[in-house]
Design a protein around this ligand. Structure first.
Ligand code: DGL
Length: 273
């Protein structure tokens, strides 16, 4: 007889491959859990889109994840969390949702010089979630925020390191000039290029990736709702893209995570969801 528990998968989604930075933490922390990952690459980037459009796109993906019997949803996208999280929670009150909140709270706890840099998307910076987090935790701080145009696309397209570094330098330089001592990565794509961001930070500037905290919160919610998988479960991880070619997800996943992710295309299914 197998151990008690809920073997249904965790649903995770993002506009593209960025949410894989969250998935890898969840998979490492919760090795018995199965996951269904959706990269809505037909619509990446979400960041420059109006909130209403991001909400419509997020609803389509979450309907699919619900049809796939997901027991908990991780919105592994700051832009979708800003535009849609509250609505999603209201639409599915019985399902726990974990969202991405810009890591301003840990930044404020850590900063001595009281200056923080925030790398984000325009949708995240425009959202109430970001404004509220700053108001709650960082009133006494100077925040240098960048909407980072082109960065998500560059990561999706596996831009060569030298060109990416040049792009990143333009975003990080004002943070160095402001003498920031913490840098918040408030888009799940950015930790995938952490190794290129870190050398630009200069001494004394700490980089904050919220993914480990999101994995811990996922674990807490699974426990609290009695949804954890049986400890002896053999997990499956399924990856979907909304583009016609699975390579759209597989290739950048291999490039940035070195992971042999096998993907399937979901275009039709999702459109009919
Ligand atoms: N990775 C996403 C985020 O955290 C999406 C970025 C985008 O599609 O613009 O915001």
């Amino acid at each position: 007889m197998s151990a008690p528990g809920d073997a249904r998968p965790i649903g995770i989604f993002d506009s593209g491959i960025g949410g894989l930075s969250v998935w890898r933490e969840i998979a490492a922390r919760l090795p018995a859990e199965s996951c269904v990952y959706v990269a809505d690459q037909a619509h990446v980037p979400y960041g420059p889109r109006p909130a209403q459009e991001i909400l419509t796109l997020s609803l389509r993906v979450v309907r699919f994840l619900m049809a796939a019997r997901c027991k908990l949803i991780v919105v592994a996208c700051n832009s979708a969390s800003a535009a849609a999280l509250q609505h999603l929670r209201r639409a599915w009150p019985d399902v726990p949702f974990v969202g991405m909140e810009p890591a301003i709270k840990p930044a404020a706890a850590q900063s001595r010089r009281r200056v923080a840099g925030v790398l984000a998307t325009p949708a995240t910076l425009a959202g109430e979630l970001y404004r509220g987090t700053v108001a709650r935790h960082a009133r006494d701080m100077r925040i240098v925020a960048q909407g980072c145009p082109g960065l998500v696309d560059a990561i999706e397209r596996c831009m060569p390191d030298a060109a990416l570094t040049a792009l990143l330098e333009g975003f990080v330089e004002p943070m160095r000039d402001a003498d920031a001592d913490v840098l918040v990565m408030a888009c799940t794509h950015y930790p995938l290029v952490k190794h290129l961001i870190a050398p630009l930070c200069g001494p004394g500037m700490a980089l904050i990736d919220p993914a480990p905290a999101v994995a811990r919160q996922t674990a807490r919610l699974l426990e609290a709702h009695g949804l954890a998988a049986p400890p002896d479960a053999v997990p499956t991880h399924r990856f979907h893209t909304t583009l016609p070619a699975p390579a759209a997800l597989e290739q950048p996943a291999r490039h940035w995570l070195g992971d042999g992710v096998r993907a399937t295309s979901l275009g039709r299914d999702l459109n009919s969801a």
